[in-house]
Design a protein around this ligand. Structure first.
Ligand code: NDP
Ligand code: 2IT
Length: 449
């Protein structure tokens, strides 16, 4: 069930459905933004005159390509590669690459669409884009991952560049993959163009705190939400879904701020650890051994593995969904609300379904959408680009401080915008409207392109 749209936006959404048939996640992401834009349509008629909303919903460019590679048995494998260059009004296209078997055009477009507004909220000069492949990295050797990345980049290289399009990581793409991708780009172009990718290694153009940035940023954002209610993380019981890049560093920051994370997960189940997740063990299992959450449960005394059911059945004060889209459903929101959850901040992109968000709102739970709460990753990518452009590198402390400032800035801007447009305290409305206006004004200034 969805909220009604402004009558002027009904035909816009109908056209999105018609043009992008079968792309459910993209429809969902567009709908969530359009639902927030009613007061903007009324206050700013100049956007409608220039068809700004229709233009924002249509990617500037969509690239789909074949990725052939040879596996360890000598068989030729074929995957599909994508890059959707969605909007460049504010800067070069910027956004991650996702390698996961579920990837298809509708997922890449939903992520690229979200990225436009997220990147605008950071206040930095970055447009929106996203890419990836239906390649499944699970169980693949290092050699297979390298050959896949090299083949992927052999097509992608002609579309990207420091001033054109700057990919980074997302699900299934971390430091190892960025290394292989950068190596192949450098080899093909014969240029050391550090600013063409972000998430690079610290010894070859990467930024301090980029690995930590999305998880830390999500917790900084949640901390600002708590402060706005006169509260803090201290002593709070927290559940974090996922155990990848975003989840691990969200857990780390929660622990630094005095909260206790009692559950984490991966796609095969979740673990409950009442003593608090042992982060050294989790990092070793996930980052070094590339193992499963079940390995953590097996090695940690007192931890319990639950291989069916929902992590959101674990009672908590604060829930941070950090795994994937549509992982927190209506029934999960109901369970969380019953258990007395006070705050939900999205580390992942679109993890809460619209029905779940409605339940949280009705229960008076503070809720922040991913495009605001998880913007710290891409913001730190923009800081990495800044360091690459000036051939400089900053300390961890300085970079983390910049990240914290950016997250506070987004938080305050979102709340002020929500207030100005008649929805005080509504982080969804504030994020969608503030992000939209920044992009829309730039598009207006540049004419019909
Ligand atoms: P990782 O690949 O490092 O980790 C993903 C985690 O989520 C893993 O634990 C994985 O489990 C789990 N997961 C993935 N897909 C599913 C699924 N279909 N069902 C259940 N669990 C799943 O990715 P990231 O941590 O980088 O990304 C997590 C989320 O954060 C994504 O929504 C991403 O778009 C978003 N994000 C990432 C940013 C970044 O900088 N990396 C920035 C902003 C947002 P398993 O290993 O079993 O698959
Ligand atoms: O969803 C996201 O914001 C990311 N995966 C990070 C994008 C980036 O360019 O750092």
């Amino acid at each position: 069930m969805t909220a009604p749209l402004h009558p002027d936006l009904e035909p816009v959404f109908d056209e999105v459905l018609r043009r992008n048939a079968g792309e459910d996640e993209f429809h969902q992401a567009v709908r969530e933004v359009l639902e927030s834009l009613a007061p903007v349509v009324d206050k700013r008629p100049e956007y409608a005159q220039a068809s700004i909303i229709q233009r924002i919903c249509e990617p500037e460019r969509q690239i789909i390509f074949r990725v052939p590679w040879v596996d360890d048995e000598g068989r030729v494998q074929i995957n599909r590669g994508f890059r959707v260059e969605f909007n460049s009004a504010l800067g070069p296209y910027k956004g991650g690459l996702r390698f996961h078997p579920s990837v298809y055009l509708g997922i890449v477009k939903f992520l690229g669409f979200e990225q436009i507004f997220k990147n605008a909220l950071t206040g930095m000069p970055i447009g929106g884009g996203k890419g990836g492949s239906d390649f499944d990295p699970k169980g693949r050797s290092n050699g297979e991952i390298m050959r896949f990345c090299q083949s992927f980049m052999t097509e992608l290289y002609r579309h990207i560049g420091e001033y054109r399009d700057v990919p980074a990581g997302d699900i299934g793409v971390g430091g190892r993959e960025i290394g292989y991708l950068f190596g192949q780009y450098k080899r093909i172009t014969n240029q050391y163009e550090a600013g063409v990718l972000t998430g690079k290694g610290l010894t070859w153009g990467g930024s301090q705190a980029r690995t930590e940035a999305t998880g830390y940023g999500t917790v900084f954002f949640a901390d600002e939400m708590l402060k706005a209610k006169g509260e803090s993380f201290d002593g709070k019981r927290v559940v974090v879904s996922g155990s990848g890049n975003v989840a691990v560093y969200a857990i780390e920051k929660v622990h630094q701020l005095g909260g206790i994370v009692v559950a984490a997960s991966d796609s095969s189940g979740y673990v409950v650890d009442e003593a608090g997740i042992d982060l050294a063990l989790l990092k070793d299992v996930k980052e070094v051994r590339r193992g499963r959450i079940s390995d953590y449960a097996a090695e940690r005394s007192g931890a319990t593995l639950v291989s069916d059911g929902s992590i959101w059945d674990v009672q908590c004060d604060i829930a941070l969904p950090c795994a994937t889209e549509n992982e927190l459903l209506e029934a999960d929101a109901t369970a969380l609300a019953k258990g007395g959850v006070r705050l939900v901040a999205e580390g992942a992109n679109m993890p809460c379904t619209p029905a779940a968000v409605r339940i949280l709102r009705e229960a008076g739970v503070a809720y922040a959408p991913g495009k605001a709460a998880n913007a710290g990753g891409v913001a730190t990518s923009a800081l990495e680009m800044q360091q690459n452009a000036s051939r400089d590198s900053w300390s961890f402390e300085h970079t983390e401080e910049r990240l914290a400032e950016v997250m506070k800035g987004i938080h305050d801007n979102v709340l002020e915008t929500a207030e100005e447009f008649g929805s005080p305290g509504d982080y969804t409305a504030g994020a969608n409207i503030a992000g939209f206006i920044r992009v829309a004004d730039a598009m207006l200034a540049m004419g019909v392109i």
